[in-house]
Write a protein that binds this ligand. Structure first.
Ligand code: HEC
Length: 120
């Protein structure tokens, strides 16, 4: 009887271990970013209000300084592709400038958007 219990205990622990490994792997597969802490299914629709509130007062078509027009996805796209968006917003955090810092929540959303391939 005692032997059976011990065997049962081992099998249970083994089962639990296998289960937890499986779960971790699944989460990692759905979320390749170590920084994005939530669902990666973030698209431009969720990012657009952030860009509008924190970027477009400087980055818009009416400026003649050619720093990009971020009022549309198409306008932002070249900076997503050349890595400048990631570099200035997520790594160096020098954008936005002019006192409009991004909140931790906003940065998190942008990290998840990146993990989702900056999906439109
Ligand atoms: C107060 C004005 C202002 C705000 C707000 C602002 N920027 Fe900028 N941004 C600039 C200026 C000016 C430059 C040109 C380089 C410099 O002076 O640093 C620039 C440059 C950039 C560049 C590089 C462009 C290039 O030509 O390579 C990126 C990318 C960028 N900003 C992203 C953003 C994002 C994303 C936001 C919002 C989260 C933002 N910026 C908010 C003024 C601003």
């Amino acid at each position: 009887m005692k032997k059976t219990l011990i065997v049962f205990a081992f099998v249970s622990v083994g089962f639990v271990l296998i289960q937890s490994c499986g779960t971790t792997k699944e989460v990692v597969e759905n979320n390749p970013s170590s920084v994005c802490k939530s669902d990666i299914n973030v698209t431009y629709a969720q990012i657009q209000p952030i860009i509008e509130a924190k970027c477009t007062r400087c980055h818009n078509a009416s400026k003649k300084n050619s720093i990009g027009d971020f009022t549309s996805f198409q306008g932002l796209k070249p900076y997503l592709e050349n890595g400048q968006f990631e570099k200035l917003v997520l790594i160096k955090k020098t954008m936005p400038k002019g006192g409009d810092d991004l909140s931790v929540e906003e940065l998190g959303k942008i990290e998840c958007w990146k993990a989702n391939g900056y999906k439109n």
